[in-house]
Design a protein around this ligand. Structure first.
Ligand code: SAM
Length: 225
């Protein structure tokens, strides 16, 4: 019997041209595609002319799904995992399944491809040789502790943030790191209204106090110098 395999497939974060040839081939070869949202992945597959069984795999059912998925993989299935956008397991479901596959001796591959934090980090002009990716800060519980823990961090800090919290996050970061700390906000990467604004925390706070806040955001902040 052929050995099963899990393949993590990065998908575009905006521009549909950003899917790789290998990702398309793997989606075609997979027995089924695990999708964070079957409607979103269904649309992408339709756009690529691919028809595949879509199995729902998201933050609210991942624990429940693991045993079934491991059993399918053990029976030789090749399963592709795709998030709504970007690389699975990066601030998205995937880590649990990867860990369980490795425990069960099942092969795991992750294709290189789109993810939002890499272009944001590179476009920030801040040191990219050493950085800390923090994903989303906690919304309430643990938020202050997480912010305080950044005070002495020397590495460049990279966060994902929602439009309705970006201003508050910039303000709270300025309280811990100082108003003069350099930072960069990239929004709508790879999309029509892609924009990167570089400046101090104070300048970016002023900017977002006076401009409409729309889209998806990555925030990059200089480490302690
Ligand atoms: N797995 C994805 C990745 O590899 O980047 C991240 C998924 S996470 C649920 C979604 C967050 O990623 C958004 O809230 C935003 O912070 C960031 N993001 C995703 N697409 C983006 C884009 N086109 N421009 C800027 N930020 C983006």
């Amino acid at each position: 019997m052929q050995a099963g395999k899990l393949i993590l497939i990065p998908t575009p974060i905006g521009n549909l041209e950003d899917i790789t040839l290998r990702a398309i081939r793997m989606l075609k070869e997979a027995d089924a595609v695990l999708a964070e949202d079957t409607r979103v992945t269904g649309k992408l597959l339709h756009h690529l002319g691919i028809s595949k069984p879509l199995w729902s795999y998201h933050a609210h059912n991942e624990h429940k799904q693991i045993a079934h998925l491991i059993s399918e993989l053990n029976q030789g299935k090749m399963l592709a995992l795709a998030s709504d956008a970007g690389t699975p397991a990066i601030s998205d479901p995937g880590f649990l399944l990867v860990r369980e596959c490795l425990k069960a001796g099942i092969k795991v591959e992750c294709l290189p491809g789109p993810t939002a934090f890499v272009p944001a980090l590179v476009k920030s002009g801040l040191p990219s040789d050493s950085f800390s990716f923090l994903g989303f800060l906690p919304e309430k519980k643990g938020r202050q502790t997480a912010l305080q823990a950044l005070a002495l961090e020397k590495r460049t800090l990279v966060f994902y943030e929602s439009p309705h919290r970006i201003l508050k996050t910039l303000q709270q970061l300025s309280e811990v790191l100082g108003l003069d700390r350099r930072c960069s906000v990239s929004r709508e990467l790879t999309k029509l209204y892609e924009e990167t604004i570089n400046g101090t925390l104070q300048e970016l706070i002023l900017h977002f106090e006076t401009h409409p806040i729309k889209g998806e955001f990555v925030l990059v902040v200089e480490g302690k110098v």
